[in-house]
Design a protein. Structure first.
Lengths: 272, 350
């Protein structure tokens, strides 16, 4: 069974997605490869600010490109409603960050509707839920990119169906939500800790040392929340995944995304 | 003054200006002044809407940041200064955890530095919280550039549907309770999600049909040259940004130039895309002198603090003094509390 792409994967969309993902990778992982002579190394605590301004621009360009290239009224409505569901269930999550039910919606949305739609869904849901819970801050652009990747990844996984698909999605959900926590820590690690502690980022230090410090920072701060979150995401996917995935696929069949719209000249039939 | 919404952009510029000022000073007196100004304006101009209750949440988060920062300094701190306060027993972690040393001697300098750096972040969070509770989120979404019109529409629809979906969740739970099914636990949540999602997806299909019949999303025809121009601007711009970032991180001189050119190309790509979506806005938010005043006082505070204060903490520790110019400009940022139109009363909220 082939996959449905609500946003068709033209070469243009793929190129824009890859370029924006590359910028995202730099925005998260710059501490590991910054040269000690760089401006960014001298201003390590300011660099996250710079990326917090740059990322919304880049994500905005990508969303404009995606919506321009293949988002009709049906796509906009589907995007809006799934983002509304994700926004509504975000406060239901347990724990500090509480993202598990939202992650399940993003996972299934990206899986059933394709990677490009998934990226748009992930970043838009993060944005609207931040607006609704008044959680707009410098962390938001990073969350938007990470949640976009989260949903996009579910759409990029191999196309299998049945029990194997649910098992694959469970494993992906657990690993990806763990990775989400690590990425978010990485985004504010150089900034939140300053330079006065043994877990702080050292500009220009060898990769292995900074990796070890980052890992220790994760263990010291959020691992206690990240692991239960990963387990919960997997369990929720197991319990609700099969039937929700069917529901989304059925709705997309009813909406008939893949039927091309053709205009034909009306033929005058004689009236009897 | 007649009650009306201030442009959300003005509140965000004001708050980000104050926040930028907070990251550029290590003077606790100035930081305290910024917090006071933000709290005053929020208490004077906060509308009666649900999202406006965000300020206390951000204040609590800000206090938490200071506590965490000082806690990290005590546990993981590297010794700075000479004024010893107390000594904790120390352990060294294994090599794969970066060989970190826990505990050890804690000095007054370490605590003060951690407190001030924490207070900078906390002040910034309080400024962001002020913007969150002053600027209307729906109005902010409506102010997106035309190229993001479709995504903006999806965002506005999502924001207005989300509360209804929460009501749906409650209704489904009520029905389960009446049928004697469990309403707590993971299985209950998973089972309740099915009717909620099904009804929402039906809503989506109806909404799409309604939008189609009303002629939503009809783009004007564009010439092939214009489409190629747009795609080229966006793609080359994005690649330029990525290459520019690599160059900046690798300490090449021309990185900033490449970055700036890439950004300009990508943004003009959005503008070209926006030309395909002709639309008019019903009752746009005006930008009048109160908006200019609000934005200017925020930016003015940032400029004054950057010009007259330093973000470095000098050792040995000395008692801070109040730089008069920066303090006056921060106080001026309290003017929007009285000189902007008050928000509309609750029955006219957006």
């Amino acid at each position: 069974m082939s996959q449905l792409h609500v946003v068709p994967l033209h070469r243009r969309t793929v190129a824009a997605l890859s370029a924006v993902s590359l910028v995202g990778v730099i925005a998260f992982f710059w501490p590991f490869f910054v040269s000690p002579q760089s401006v960014a190394a001298d201003h390590a605590t300011d660099a996250p600010w710079f990326f917090a301004i740059l990322l919304p621009l880049v994500v905005g360009v990508l969303l404009a490109e995606i919506s321009d290239d293949g988002l009709d009224a049906k796509g906009v409505a589907m995007l809006a409603v799934l983002a509304a569901v994700a926004t509504a269930v975000r406060p239901l999550g347990a724990g500090v960050a509480g993202l598990e039910p939202m992650f399940v919606i993003l996972l299934l949305g990206g899986r059933a509707l394709g990677p490009a739609f998934g990226f748009a869904l992930g970043s838009l849901s993060m944005f609207t839920s931040a607006l609704l819970t008044a959680g707009v801050g410098p962390w938001l652009p990073f969350q938007m990119v990470a949640a976009g990747w989260f949903a996009m990844g579910a759409g990029l996984l191999p196309q299998i169906r049945g029990k194997a698909e649910i098992a694959m999605l469970m494993a992906y959900g657990a690993v990806a939500s763990l990775a989400y926590g690590f990425l978010m820590n990485l985004s504010f690690w150089p900034w939140a800790l300053g330079d006065g502690s043994e877990l702080s980022f050292v500009p220009g230090a060898p990769l292995s040392e900074n990796l070890a410090r980052w890992f220790a920072f994760n263990v010291a701060t959020s691992l206690g929340w990240d692991i239960p979150r990963a387990v919960l995401t997997a369990v929720l996917t197991l319990l609700a995944g099969p039937v929700l995935l069917r529901a989304v696929r059925r709705a997309t069949r009813r909406a008939a995304f893949d039927v091309p719209v053709r205009f034909e000249t009306a033929v005058d039939e004689p009236v009897r | 003054m007649i009650n009306r919404w201030l442009h959300p952009g003005a509140w965000w510029l004001w708050a980000l200006g104050l926040g930028a000022a907070a990251t550029r000073t290590a003077n606790p007196l100035l930081l305290g002044l910024i917090v006071a100004v933000a709290a005053l304006v929020v208490s004077a101009r906060r509308p009666q809407a649900q999202w406006a209750g965000a300020f206390p949440v951000f204040v609590r988060l800000a206090l938490l940041v200071i506590v965490i920062r000082v806690g990290f300094a005590v546990l993981f701190g590297v010794r700075v200064g000479t004024t010893d306060l107390f000594t904790l027993p120390s352990i060294t972690l294994p090599e794969w955890m970066a060989g970190v040393t826990l505990g050890g001697t804690v000095t007054a300098e370490m605590l003060v530095i951690a407190f001030i750096q924490g207070a900078q972040l906390a002040t910034l969070l309080i400024c962001v919280g002020a913007a969150n509770s002053l600027a209307s989120p729906v109005r902010l979404l409506k102010a997106l550039p035309p190229g993001l019109y479709h995504v903006g529409v999806a965002g506005v629809v999502a924001l207005s549907l989300a509360p209804r979906i929460m009501v749906n969740v409650r209704r489904v739970m009520q029905a389960r309770r009446m049928r004697g099914r469990p309403t707590r636990g993971l299985r209950a949540a998973a089972e309740a999600s099915v009717p909620v999602l099904e009804s929402s997806l039906d809503d989506a299909i109806n909404l799409a049909a309604a939008m189609d019949t009303r002629g939503y999303g009809r783009a004007t025809r564009t010439s092939p040259t214009e489409r190629v121009l747009q795609a080229g601007l966006v793609l080359i711009g994005l690649v330029g940004i990525a290459l520019g970032l690599f160059a900046v991180l690798g300490a090449s001189g021309w990185g900033w130039l490449l970055l700036a050119v890439g950004l300009m190309m990508a943004i003009s790509g959005i503008l070209v895309a926006g030309r395909r979506i002709p639309r008019t806005r019903y009752r746009p938010d005006p930008w009048g002198w109160p908006e200019t005043l609000t934005a200017a006082t925020g930016v003015g505070a940032a400029v004054a603090v950057i010009a007259s204060s330093s973000s470095a903490i000098s050792l040995p520790l000395t008692w801070p003094t109040l730089p008069p110019f920066a303090a006056a400009m921060i106080l001026a940022a309290a003017l929007p509390a009285g000189l902007t139109p008050p928000p509309p009363l609750p029955w006219r909220t957006a």
